[in-house]
Design a protein around this ligand. Structure first.
Ligand SMILES: Cc1cc2nc3c(=O)[nH]c(=O)nc-3n(C[C@H](O)[C@H](O)[C@H](O)COP(=O)(O)O)c2cc1C
Length: 196
């Protein structure tokens, strides 16, 4: 599969069943994903893998009052076999600003989704209440300064990958800087310094 095909056939899969990658396979794929652009090679993130019964503990923490059916999570949804929780752990007061560390973490996550897709697994990045629940911070023993960016839910789409609609035209999101003449550049400089 060429890279364009791989990228354009990946979908966020909302129904996920077994199989999901084993811990070993997840580690293997993460080694690949960790090669995503990362200014300073800081790897300011960590993953917490949640499977089996531990998924119920997660769901209970998120919705303590809701009755929980076996294998069901929030709003009675079927739990995916693997929930990989993404913890952003930026290095504080580092020369690489926080936003660049966040950008590196998101790049790594997209690379991981692509690698999962290439192996036939489906995934979806879920956020919402996961990211704001104080109870979950406690359950996961998150340190001050760490931030939960959500869950990458992983498994297999029972009907295969969902079809993608034709790709929208995004050319209006691109502009070209016109050639700057020497006179124009000088005028811009005068305006920038407030000269007459
Ligand atoms: C940071 C982030 C958070 C997301 N959170 C959710 C979510 O909470 N619930 C959800 O259904 N989808 C979530 N998604 C998935 C998007 O809804 C999905 O990528 C979008 O609808 C495009 O669909 P596609 O990935 O199949 O192209 C999230 C995606 C990203 C990047």
């Amino acid at each position: 599969m060429d890279v364009m095909t791989a990228i354009t056939t990946r979908r966020s899969e909302r129904v996920l069943t077994d199989p999901a990658p084993s811990d070993e396979e997840f580690h293997y794929l993460l080694r690949g994903a960790a090669t995503a652009p990362d200014h300073g090679r800081l790897r300011p993130w960590r993953w917490i893998l949640v499977r089996g019964e531990a998924r119920a503990a997660l769901a209970r923490t998120l919705t303590p009052k809701a009755p929980q059916a076996a294998g069901k999570g929030v709003r009675g949804r079927q739990e995916p076999p693997l929930r990989a929780l993404l913890v952003f752990a930026p290095l504080p007061r580092h020369r690489i600003p926080d936003w660049e560390q966040l950008a590196a973490s998101c790049s790594m996550t997209h690379a991981l989704m692509m690698l999962l897709h290439a192996r036939g697994y489906g995934s979806i990045w879920r956020t919402g209440r996961l990211c704001t629940s104080p109870g979950l911070r406690g359950l996961l023993h998150m340190a001050d300064g760490e931030r939960l960016l959500g869950s990458l839910d992983i498994g297999t789409s029972p009907k295969g990958p969902r079809q993608r609609r034709p790709l929208p035209d995004v050319s209006d999101r691109v502009s070209v800087l016109e050639t700057v003449t020497a006179a124009g550049a000088a005028r811009g400089l005068r305006e920038a310094v407030g000269a007459e």
